[in-house]
Design a protein around this ligand. Structure first.
Ligand code: ZN
Length: 184
């Protein structure tokens, strides 16, 4: 069990403020938007609307060079995430549930909703994930390494949890995100 620590207060340095503007060019919702601290609702039925949401999530994730995105990051408080594992087509998960976690890994994370801020987060090394796919069919995956990390980060978003809640505060650093493609 890890100790309960106070959430990190995010103070954006002036030189990074331009990243926090939200517009058509940068549609991802940024902190401190309340939708990022909301427990999202399960999708009752996977519909055309859900598929449109998934397509939008994938398009925005790609444009932002992200490797994962959760619906609340587009202001939609529903339990839908997408991830882009290296060398694979993006995967969409509706109502994802992490069934089991194994081992641990520590690695750097960032977040498109907290652009410019990075830090080391301890996550499970491997997970078992159950969800519905974009057509509403049940799927189950075992994931390790980076995809497992990204899914844990995105599922946290669905519960209003940000990586800064779990980061090792001593490792937090601000960096310009250009040239940092691995940002879930
Ligand atoms: Zn994130």
């Amino acid at each position: 069990m890890s100790a309960i620590i106070q959430p990190v207060e995010i103070v954006v340095p002036d030189e990074f403020r331009y990243l926090y503007v939200q517009n058509d060019e940068r549609p991802v919702v940024k902190v401190p938007a309340p939708c990022l601290r909301t427990v999202c609702q399960p999708v009752q039925k996977v519909s055309k609307k859900t598929q449109e949401l998934i397509d939008r999530l994938i398009a925005v994730m790609r444009k932002a060079n992200g490797i994962g995105l959760a619906a609340p990051q587009l202001g939609v408080t529903q339990r839908v995430i997408v991830i882009a594992p290296e060398g694979m087509r993006p995967l969409a998960f509706v109502n994802p549930v992490i069934l089991s976690m194994e081992g641990e890994q520590v690695g750097q994370e960032g977040c498109l909703s907290i652009p410019g801020l990075y830090g080391d987060v301890k996550r499970a090394a491997a997970i078992e994930l159950r969800a519905l796919d974009r057509k509403g069919r049940p799927v189950q995956y075992r994931m390790e390494g980076l995809p497992a990390r990204v899914v844990q980060h995105e599922v946290d978003h669905l519960d209003g949890v940000l990586f800064t809640d779990k980061v090792d505060p001593a490792t937090l650093r601000w960096m310009h995100p250009d040239g940092e493609p691995d940002t879930p």
